[in-house]
Design a protein around this ligand. Sequence first.
Ligand code: XUL
Ligand code: CO
Length: 433
Amino acid sequence: MTDFFKGIPRITYQGMESDSDFAFRHYNPDEVVMGKPMKDHLRFACAYWHSFAWPGGDPFGGQTFQRPWFDDTMAAAKLKADVAFEMFQILGVPYFCFHDADVRPEGADFAENTRNLQEIVDYFGQKMDDTGLKLLWGTANLFSHRRFMAGAATNPDPDVFAFSAATIKTCMDATIKLGGENYVLWGGREGYETLLNTDMGRERQQAGRMLQMVVDYKHKTGFKGAILIEPKPQEPTKHQYDYDVATVYGFLKDFGLENEVRVNIEQGHAILAGHTFEHELALARELGIFGSIDMNRNDYQSGWDTDQFPNNVPEMALAFYEVLRAGGFTTGGTNFDAKLRRQSLDPEDLILAHVGGMDACAAGLKAAAAMLTDGKLEAARTARYAGWDTDAGKSLMTSDLAKIHDHVVAKGINPEPKSGRQERLENLVNRYL
Ligand code: XUL
Ligand code: CO
């Protein structure tokens, strides 16, 4: 045991009457919601990078956090792992997620990176056996080191492409070894700053080929988890190739991967793309590529990716409504891709941030389940499209313009606009919150 979280109790469900900060008011892991325990609906995961690797910097100042493991050595990496697993247990989350660079010291070269990663993977393996913690997903950080400044797969230098491919292999191996349930690719620098120096067509081909190789490796190794792409429209590069769910789907189709790769959708990224989170979730469901979520909250004014812990229950309710309509998670889960504010220095801030985030998700899930079970929203939706279920409506989909023309003339079709009833539906949703 380290003493980092000294004095902080294991968080338990205490209900609304509890007066403690260190308690769940909504997240009751074994409570059954729509036939399934809450913990199996939500499948919470902690993100290693924000909680244990981020130093608290912003564009105007560097590190504010002074963690005892902030040192690029293997001993520090192990201390970080000790503290991380203590946090996972305090919170009672079933999963965690990591990038290679979050967990191992940076080596002088590829071989040292790999050795460092393998050593820490073994250390994780032992801890996972001891605690029952599981890996939701692993990923490679192909965006922080300066070698990736012009992209990883999309780099103009083929050596960077090769270094990236080799790194992905080692990170997929680590994920497989730890029984990870997904492997994620976020194209951190897969985009461009200026067209003046960019061959966009070539870069798209490179990204597509890299993804095909990832899928090939998945099949070669027999990895049963899902390969997930995480869309994001901007930041760090001005133009990202994986802008949003629709863009990613087009890309997957182009490279024949639409049945091989799904999406990890992040709330803040959806906002940056000018969408709501639920739009992205619903579209992924309709396209058959819904995979997992990165849960956070974006600032609606700043225009950049603030990665705050979620606390907006109405937003969570609409998000989990779409997750439930998708049939829930299969390999995916709810990963807190969220970081503290840089003034939140205390170890307990880290715990309370997760407690609040987990509770907001649980409250949202319960509201979403009630909305779905009551069925009023779905009944209104069904009624709105009822005409399409009639024979006349169905036949339109297999007809042609000339036949439809004759039909309109013969029947004297003259559509009467109907209310979309938006305010009524918004009022209805508020009744569940
Ligand atoms: C960046 C982001 C990443 C991915 C994993 O905005 O969300 O942390 O989740 O690389
Ligand atoms: Co993310």
